[in-house]
Design a protein around this ligand. Structure first.
Ligand code: AMP
Length: 249
């Protein structure tokens, strides 16, 4: 069984994001980039499935600039077998990502595609759903547990107010939620080994996919700065403030 794991290079989750002064987007100059945390969970899950002997190959895929190679190397160091970079310097929206991934999936024929539920840069939460729709295969989104059983996959989903379990027939698309697993750190020997693992390169054009943007970003703004808190002397003044200033009572 083959598992394909799409991984995105995003601003590191510990970096304080700065908006460009012209409001056209987020400043990426000299900013630390890492693998999207939900994609790390997807790689970890794929590797665990392989380690249990339930998969034979894990292929990491990324669409982005040449620097996305670093993200693929991280996936390889975690334990993926090989990687594919679909190289472009253009902005790739989720629909275009899904179309590119569909083309890759048609070549690779994976039994499972495990994606992050969302990329923490644009917070779209769209790609997995669109990919499943384009491929015409079942989807299990927001997975907190994945159990394989022959040609079926049981996915426990984190939904509002509880958990839902769905059964999918492979090939299928799964997206990962936070509680699925805790991703491993790549060990030094594995980082060294990953340098020798193959990364194939192609482009959206070679795959015959039009990635022209369909959306236009009108403005990006910083969230409003939080106002400083105040101290009150006693409970009556707290109640007064909550009633008259905050209007919450
Ligand atoms: P999104 O729909 O943009 O929130 O992204 C959800 C998931 O789709 C991510 O966690 C990745 O698994 C995958 N994905 C999104 N963009 C890319 C990309 N440029 N390259 C590879 N995978 C991606």
């Amino acid at each position: 069984m083959k598992i394909m794991v799409p991984v995105k290079r995003v601003i590191d989750s510990n970096v304080k994001v700065r908006v460009k002064s012209d409001g056209s987007g987020v400043d990426l100059a000299n900013v630390k980039m890492s693998m999207n945390p939900f994609c790390e969970i997807a790689v970890e899950e794929a590797i665990r499935i392989k380690e249990r002997g339930e998969a034979s190959e894990v292929v990491a895929v990324s669409i982005g600039s040449a620097k996305a190679q670093d993200t693929l190397r991280t996936a390889l160091a975690m334990g993926a077998d090989r990687a594919i970079l679909i190289k472009t310097d253009e902005t790739v929206e989720p629909l275009a990502v899904a179309k590119v991934l569909k083309a890759v999936a048609e070549n690779e024929k994976p039994d499972l595609i495990i994606l992050g539920k969302q990329a923490i840069d644009d917070d779209c939460n769209q790609t997995g759903q669109m990919l499943a729709g384009l491929l015409g295969v079942p989807q299990g989104t927001f997975a907190s547990k994945i159990e394989l059983d022959g040609d079926k996959v049981k996915v426990t989903r984190e939904v509002d107010g509880g958990l839902e379990t769905v059964e999918l027939t492979k090939p299928a698309v799964i997206t990962t939620d936070l509680r699925l697993n805790e991703p491993r750190y790549a060990s030094l020997p594995n980082i060294m080994k990953a340098k020798k693992k193959p990364i194939d390169e192609t482009t959206p054009e070679d795959l015959g996919v039009d990635i022209a943007p369909r959306l236009k970003v009108l403005a990006v703004e910083e969230p409003k700065a939080r106002e400083a808190g105040i101290k009150v002397d006693d409970v009556p003044s707290l109640v007064d403030k909550l009633k008259n200033d905050a209007g919450v009572l």
